[in-house]
Design a protein around this ligand. Structure first.
Ligand SMILES: C[S@@+](CC[C@H](N)C(=O)[O-])C[C@H]1O[C@@H](n2cnc3c(N)ncnc32)[C@H](O)[C@@H]1O
Length: 185
């Protein structure tokens, strides 16, 4: 990851959350790989409950906790955790919103999406963003592992999620986004 200010110059977190349906939600959020807390901090003002964030990197966990503390935010819980081997640590169907932002290039994306499905309650939104592959971008994973939107949609559907829409992301020219939901049984 580049420095936080550099990272956050590539997209607009509030606009992305707005576009991807994280707006005045009741309930909790589960975030996979919070990084600098870019979306964690932006999400807290948009939900009535708690934002539960995990990251494997203790520096990222520390950065997010420090940021929340500086901002006087209380409805954030950040845990150092490997969500691949340990899951996100939240109960089944406990989240109203799940954030999978810049993370689906990992080795087992379907496994991660299954964990997102598990923690999402019926009707919850699962938001996904990633770097575009069809234009030159200033950052992002190598093209060989950078997931395409159609591929992500197929993975998500394999994990049991239903595609809702792929809105434009304001002021975020290097990224695409998608919204999924966990259908009622
Ligand atoms: C590219 S960054 C994206 C951060 C944030 N989602 C954002 O978009 O600003 C990916 C983050 O996921 C974390 N990560 C990668 N693999 C992980 C794993 N298995 N468990 C938990 N965190 C992981 C990395 O440490 C990194 O902070």
């Amino acid at each position: 990851m580049p420095a936080a200010a550099q990272w956050e110059s590539y997209f607009q977190a509030d606009g992305i959350l707005e576009a991807l349906g994280c707006v005045r939600l009741s309930g909790d959020v589960a975030e996979f790989g919070c990084g600098y807390g870019t979306f964690t901090i932006a999400a807290v003002r948009r939900v009535s409950g708690i934002v539960y964030a995990t990251d494997i990197d203790p520096l990222m966990v520390g950065a997010t906790i420090a940021r929340a503390s500086r901002a006087g935010i209380r409805n954030i819980v950040v845990e150092q955790r490997d969500f691949v081997s340990e899951g996100c640590g939240r109960p089944d169907q406990s989240a109203s919103y799940v954030m999978l932002f810049n993370i689906l290039h990992i080795e087992d994306p379907v496994g991660l999406l299954r964990e997102a499905f598990r923690v999402a309650r019926a009707g919850a939104i699962v938001g996904v963003i990633h770097w575009r592959h069809d234009i030159e971008t200033p950052r992002g994973p190598p093209l060989g592992i950078r997931p395409r939107p159609a591929q992500c949609r197929a993975w998500a559907e394999k994990a049991g999620l239903r595609w809702l829409m792929s809105p434009q992301l304001p002021d975020s020219p290097w990224h695409w986004g998608m919204m999924f939901t966990r259908p009622a049984e």
